[in-house]
Structures are given as C-alpha cells and as structure tokens.
Design a protein around this ligand. Structure first.
Ligand SMILES: [Zn+2]
Length: 416
C-alpha cells in the first residue's frame, strides 16, 4: 500500500491490523499461496508480508505447507494456508420443531454435529435448556479434537427479527417467541467467549458466501424456504442490514391481499403460499375432492415434506402438483426481488430445498418469464450447498469472518 500521509503510532497499529486482515482474506480465497504471490496480490512489499505472515503463524492462524516449484521452474517456494487447527467454533440454531448444533475447526470442517426434533409445545425455557446442553456437548467435542486451541466464538441463529446490537430476539412469528435476550443468556453460560446472534437467513447467506455455493459472487439474493420464508441480501459481499438490522423479511411481503392469515399478524404474506403448510392444505383439499394419491394413506398430522417428495418421485400427480404450485409461488416472488436487487446469484436454501429437484426448475422458469430480461441475463439460480445446515454453517462463517477481519485482536467480541 502506498502511504501518502504521515502516520501517527495509533494509525500504524490500525494499518497493521488492516494488512493482517488483507493477508487472511487473500489466504481464504487463494490458498495455497506463497509469500511472494501474496506480496504481488496485495501490493505490500515482501518484507512487510513476511512480518505479517510471521505474526499470523505465531498466532496459529496460518501454517506453512511444503515447498512447491511452480510448473517445475524456478526455486521452490513455501506455500501458506489458513490453519484449520487455529481453534474451534460452535454454532447452533433453534428452528420450528428442531435444534441443530455443530462444532467445526477454524476452516469449517465439521468435528461434531447433532440435529434433534423438538416439539414447540415443550416451551421456550426447556427448548433453550436443551440447546445449551447440546452446545456444551459441542464444546467438549471441540476441546477433545483440538487440544489446547481456543474456542474462537459461538454463533446462534433464530428464525426471527433480531436486534444484533444487543442480541435480543424481538419476534419470531413461527416460534411465537418475543423479546428474548438470547445473547445475554449465552454469555452467562459461556463467559468470555465472543457470541454472535443473528437471523437464520443472514447467517445462511454468510455460510454460503464463505464456504458454499456463493463463493466468488458478491451480489447475492438468498431465500431460506422452510416453515417460514426468510431472506437475506449480500451487497458487495456485505450483508444488507437496513437501518435497524431487520432488512430481508421478504416472506412478509403482502402478495395476496385477501389471502390466508399469517403468523406475523398480517394477511396474504408471501410465506403463506410458500411453506410446507401451504402444500399440506392443497393436498388435503385434493384428497377431500376424491383425487387419487398415495398420500391419502398418511394421516394428515403425520404428513411431512419427504412424504411429498417421495410421492412425487413415484409420479404421484397430487404430490407433483403441490410441489409445482409451491415452485410457482416461490418463483413469482423471487422474480420481483431479482428486479429490485439485480443480483448475480439467487440461492435457495432451507428445509424446502430438500425438494429442489421438483421446485428449482419451476422457480427458474418463473424468473425467466417474469423478471426483466436485463436482470435475468446475468443471474444464476442455485440451491444452497449446505441445505438444512445452512444456518449453522453460517454461524461458523460469522465467527470466521470476524477472525479474518481482526486477526490481531481476537479477544474483542465484534458484531457480525
Ligand atoms: Zn407475515
């Protein structure tokens, strides 16, 4: 970096922090890579790069690999990469009817994972206690896998509106929870550990950006289709949060003014049509009309998404139509959002992505048919790589992103 103005001491510390972050981010994208290539890529001089790399090696964030000669010519150079064993990360999600917890190493390789069904009727307190117990198991698993390396951070995702400034869940319509100071609860159980609390879609898109299908894309529209319909937007690689952090609640756009009541209190929200519940309603209506389907053998209360997917794979017309209707309604909303955000990538994650083979072609068709041609020319539609793990992998990414941003100052909790 050329330095045109004189720096005070404090500025130099800041510049070093920025440069450490620059090296970490280049290693994330381009490792394995040599010191010389890092210098060329960042514009920093070789001795600065060496000094920064030495600091990162001392902090165990970076490790040296063997020397490799480039295409068999020249002197072999030592290759560098981020050190997977820099520490471990614990990430949890409470969704509607389940708890998911994972523990990974620094570079997001899963060391331990657990996903449990849990009925909502159990109540908030018991569900949170169960999540905390599983997180403690994850911490133990991380300790035994990484030896003396530290717990780098804990992330927690919820399907609702979260004030990320104080980590309070303000409202989760489908859990029917309000005003839960979740970060404080976690901090009490895990004192001194940086805690990241965020909406499940915000985390989902981060996970895909750092470790999944959105790598290499910077303008991303992420739709998380589950019991509810969530969304998030990455602009220039950064989460678009809005003034108070609540941006991306696409599921509650009014698309059908006289439609079904929504758990948010409104009527005809987009998510009332794009959810397993909407498909169950459609299937029940068809069964009542006497349309033959193998799904009529399943009790209404037991019907789940995989029953519908399996029936569709067996060419059951009612199941196929339920999935097609859902894809159609999903595609209509996404087409409008493509016009609004002009993304280079649209990613669909969440529980409904288990039905991706049936839903995605219909979504693609609707986008191509309805969005402005100039936007659809440059957009790619993909299923999220991490599927139902998208949120917990995103929690890992939130911690990882902070380590990349402030590798020299890892003991300060920094907002995601
Ligand atoms: Zn709503």
């Amino acid at each position: 970096m050329s330095q045109r103005v004189p720096f005070r001491t404090g500025d130099q510390a800041l510049v070093r922090e920025i440069n450490l972050s620059l090296i970490m981010n280049r290693l994330h994208r381009h490792a394995p890579i040599s010191r010389a290539a890092l210098a060329e890529m960042t514009g920093l001089n070789k001795s600065t790069v060496s000094s920064l790399v030495n600091e990162l090696i001392a902090r165990k964030f970076v490790r040296e690999l063997g020397a490799v000669s480039q295409k068999g010519i020249g002197r072999p150079s030592v290759q560098l990469e981020l050190n997977p064993h820099a520490g471990y990360i614990v990430s949890a999600e409470i969704g509607v009817g389940f708890i998911s917890v994972i523990c990974t190493n620094f570079t997001a390789n899963v060391l331990w994972e657990c996903r449990e069904s849990i009925p909502l009727e159990l109540g908030q307190q018991l569900i949170i206690e169960r999540a905390l117990a599983l997180m403690n198991n994850a911490v133990e698993a991380g300790k035994s896998a990484t030896g003396t390396q530290p717990l780098l951070g804990i992330a927690f995702g919820l399907p609702g509106i979260i004030d990320t400034r104080d980590g309070t869940l303000l409202f989760a319509p489908n859990l029917r929870w309000r005003n839960l100071p979740i970060r404080d609860i976690l901090q009490e159980v895990f004192p001194g550990v940086p805690i990241f609390v965020d909406n499940e879609s915000n985390l989902g898109v981060l996970g895909e950006y750092f470790f999944g299908a959105a790598q290499g894309y910077d303008e991303v529209l992420y739709i998380s289709a589950g019991i509810g319909l969530g969304g998030a937007v990455l602009h220039n690689g950064q989460l678009l949060r809005g003034v108070t952090g609540f941006a991306g609640e696409f599921g509650h756009m009014t698309l059908y003014p006289d439609g079904e009541a929504c758990n948010c209190g409104n009527r005809g929200c987009w998510e009332t049509r794009v959810s397993p519940a909407a498909m169950y309603r459609h299937i029940r209506r068809e069964i009542e009309r006497g349309v033959p389907t193998i799904l009529s053998a399943i009790a209404a209360a037991d019907l789940n998404l995989m029953h519908i997917v399996n029936a569709a794979q067996a060419a059951d017309q009612v199941a196929l139509e339920a999935l097609e209707r859902l894809g159609h309604d999903l595609g209509i909303g996404i087409a409008s959002l493509v016009n609004v955000f002009n993304p280079d990538l649209v990613l669909v994650g969440g529980v409904l992505s288990q039905a991706r083979d049936f839903i995605m072609p219909v979504v693609e068709q609707e986008i191509r048919a309805r969005a402005l041609k100039w936007s659809t020319d440059t957009v790619t539609l993909l299923p999220a790589k991490h599927g139902i793990q998208a949120c917990v992998m995103g929690g890992v990414a939130a911690v990882y992103q902070t380590m990349l941003s402030v590798p020299g100052n890892t003991h300060l909790p920094v907002p995601a």
